[in-house]
Design a protein. Structure first.
Length: 428
């Protein structure tokens, strides 16, 4: 059955892994990653054969998750956090890369070139893990989440220059024209999506919705998301980033809530494949053979990144619990570390042991993230006791002037859409 058998194996393993995690009170993504470890090539028992094909499907999962997030986040929302995203984002990448360089040189004893690669890898956080964690804990609409999304976008934009520059560290001058052209392509794409996509995509959705064919509407939504994502890939940017921008453009439409409700099941299924495919990369034997190196690396990365993100958030004026949520939520190493690590090995820039340690540390920090975010509130309360002059907690998810004469519709499936239609007809 080929890839079909692999998908069945992953889904069944993920069901039991998710059930196990749920019974222990852990996030489902932990169960999905562990399921991937069990069906991966490094453990005994039933094994997935077409790993590369599963990884390609997992990319669609990342794109759909970011597309769904884009439907909930408008360009106006991100404009409110543009200062910390555009200034704090690059600053964070540089400082975190220096942290990774220091860990690799000082704690692990790696040579300079390998340390630079490791610094680049840990400078990126996991968009997939951050978003899943925020959604699971019900804080995806908060100020802290918007800051994190803004900084994650900047990180995604930094991946392409890293992929160009890192393999050419010995001849960086020849890589500069390629880097400049990548920047021009990114600027052209973003400009086109802001000025064209925000007008064209909502118009297309409204025309398709008038046909009253729900399946066709769903197909058009998915096609727009992955189609724009593929367009960004052709421009040298990440596939998932393009899907996110498409979602933001679509959020300008009144049909964005229906689109979000319709793609939810697809997003969750393909997202499962992402976490399982990440687990398949993990080699338990490497952890057993190098427990000190792995443990020390994970500890230093989590502590260092949490501190860096938290301090940057505080420096840009974000108070109360926001620095704690941002610091702990962004402390993991991101999925693009897998891409950088594979590129490093394939180009002969890093050896296998650097590759293995980087992947192991990445997965360990991903698994730890949901638990770390849960610590944000207790740590904030402790901080307020230690530092009494800390600002009192005051959080609004909506402007106060909007909280009157409104109707809240919980759920936007068939019944929710019918209710909204009735309310609009009677002028509510």
């Amino acid at each position: 059955m080929g890839i079909a058998a692999d998908i069945v194996l992953i889904v069944v393993a993920a069901f039991f892994g998710g059930l196990f995690a749920h019974r222990l009170g852990q996030p489902l993504l932990v169960g999905y990653i562990l399921a991937g470890v069990l069906v991966g090539p490094h453990t005994a028992g039933p094994t997935v054969v077409a790993i590369h094909d599963i990884e390609l499907l997992a990319e669609i999962g990342v794109a759909l998750l970011l597309f769904a997030l884009g439907l909930e986040v408008s360009f106006r929302d991100l404009a409110k956090v543009r200062q910390i995203a555009l200034i704090g984002g690059p600053l964070q990448i540089i400082v975190t890369a220096l942290l990774g360089y220091g860990i690799a040189r000082g704690a692990l004893g790696w040579e300079t070139k390998h340390a630079i690669w490791f610094g680049a890898m840990i400078s990126l956080s996991s968009t997939m893990v951050v978003l899943k964690t925020l959604m699971a804990q019900g804080v995806s609409g908060t100020l802290a989440s918007r800051v994190m999304i803004g900084m994650l976008i900047v990180q995604d934009l930094a991946v392409a220059p890293m992929l160009i520059a890192l393999p050419k560290l010995d001849d960086i001058e020849n890589a500069l024209p390629e880097l400049a052209w990548a920047g021009v392509e990114a600027a052209i794409f973003l400009t086109a999506m802001i000025f064209v996509g925000t007008r064209l995509i909502p118009w297309m959705l409204e025309r398709i919705a008038r046909w009253r064919a729900r399946e066709l509407f769903l197909i058009s939504v998915v096609a727009l998301g992955v189609g724009v994502g593929y367009g960004t890939y052709l421009f040298g940017l990440s596939f998932a980033f393009g899907a996110f921008v498409a979602g933001m453009a679509m959020s300008e439409s009144e049909l964005s809530h229906q689109a979000l409700a319709d793609i939810g099941p697809l997003r969750d299924l393909f997202g499962l494949l992402f976490f399982a495919s990440a687990g398949m990369l993990f080699d338990p034997m490497f952890l057993f053979e190098h427990p000190r190196e792995v443990g020390l690396t994970v500890l230093l990365v989590l502590l260092g990144k949490a501190l860096i993100f938290g301090l940057i958030a505080r420096a840009f004026g974000y108070g109360n619990r926001a620095p704690f949520v941002i610091g702990l939520g962004m402390a993991q190493i991101g999925e693009f570390a897998f891409v950088l690590a594979r590129t490093g090995v394939s180009t002969g820039s890093i050896p296998e042991d650097v590759y293995a340690l980087s992947l192991t540390a990445t997965l360990a920090t991903m698994i730890a993230t949901p638990q770390l975010v849960r610590l944000a509130e207790p740590l904030y309360r402790l901080w307020r006791r230690i530092v009494p002059q800390a600002q009192p907690l005051r959080t609004f998810h909506l402007p106060e002037e909007d909280l009157k004469e409104h109707v809240v519709v919980a759920g936007y499936g068939r019944t929710g859409r019918a209710a909204v239609g009735v309310l609009r007809r009677v002028g509510v």
